[in-house]
Write a protein that binds this ligand. Structure first.
Ligand SMILES: [Zn+2]
Length: 314
């Protein structure tokens, strides 16, 4: 390790001594396991496994593990929970300048099923604060938390191991505000074998819609197989970019650069028979109406990324 890093390490060492291995809890669930919550989860996930709701006593999907001891909107756990804060160490790292925060891994282990009426509580332990590392985001350390979930009879039903990277962002390693803030760009879409034609088409100024070469059914967004006949043979047709608004929403808060505020998003039924989501501009959010005729322009929103952006067709 170089000298600069070992100096920084010395500031973190007391945090390791204080927090690693400190087990905090219990954190109590606000509600007992109920059929209603299981139904909501299964409905949202599209999980139709008969064991979960079919029997006299509903069984909770193990993947609901973390949801049982969620805090409420005020950040509070149910009465009877500890006042100690598992994440105090993250605040201490903030104070040392490691205010960048990103979750890097999350592993769950399922040991027992939960049934209707069970009441969950959890304990949390900071299990590791790594040596300082130089990462692409900046210099920082990995903080690992082990959460243990228990039934009311103290049976361990599952665990979750969560690792965060706490880092000093590269541009602000001195703690001073950046002199010239980096321009915030849109997250680039994934371009793979199945979608590359779509993004390249937009760069070429065309909105390309996939069409099945065997049954002629059009589809969007891009996918490798036809839902109607399961054929993997396809070609594209160039859209006229005309359609009608099927639905819309406008996002006012929070403002998220680089997007406009309010950011008006429309679902459009294109004349080619597929539905597409995109931004609409040139119209006030409260003037949008279902059924409005619209047409998309292809706009290069940043270098190498072009998107269809709708406007109302007069
Ligand atoms: Zn087909």
């Amino acid at each position: 390790m170089n000298t600069a890093l070992s100096d920084l390490e010395q500031a973190i060492e007391p945090l390791r001594k204080r927090y690693i291995g400190q087990r905090v809890g219990p954190y109590l669930a606000w509600n007992k396991v109920s059929r209603t919550q299981i139904w909501q989860w299964c409905a949202a996930m599209g999980d139709t496994h008969p064991e979960y709701l079919g029997g006299e006593t509903a069984i909770a999907p193990p993947t609901m593990l973390q949801s049982w001891t969620f805090r409420d909107v005020h950040g509070d756990y149910a009465p009877g929970s500890t006042d100690q804060n598992t994440y105090e160490v993250l605040g201490k790292l903030d104070e040392l300048g490691y205010f960048g925060s990103v979750a890097v891994s999350y592993d769950q282990q399922y040991l027992e099923y939960l049934h209707e009426g069970d009441h969950v509580h959890s304990f949390s332990t900071i299990s590791d604060i790594s040596a300082l590392k130089n990462t692409a985001l900046g210099t920082g350390c990995f903080v690992t938390e082990l959460a243990e979930y228990f039934r009311q009879d103290k049976t361990l039903i599952g665990t979750a191991t969560i690792t965060y990277l706490k880092y000093q962002p590269n541009q602000t390693s001195t703690g001073a505000p950046p002199s010239s803030p980096r321009k915030i760009e849109r997250i680039r879409p994934v371009e793979n074998t199945d979608s590359q034609h779509y993004w390249q088409g937009l760069r070429d100024g065309k909105l390309l819609i996939q069409q099945c070469s065997d049954c002629d059914v059009s589809r969007h967004p891009p996918q490798p197989m036809c839902e109607a006949c399961q054929s993997i043979n396809w070609h594209t047709v160039e859209s006229t970019r005309r359609g009608k608004i099927y639905s819309f929403t406008s996002i006012h808060h929070p403002e998220i650069p680089p997007f406009d505020s309010p950011n008006c998003i429309v679902l459009v039924d294109l004349d080619e028979g597929v539905r597409i989501a995109a931004q609409i501009t040139g119209v006030k959010y409260d003037e949008l109406k279902i059924g409005m005729p619209v047409r998309a322009n292809i706009v290069e929103v940043q270098k190498g990324l072009s998107l269809p952006i709708f406007e109302v067709e007069q």
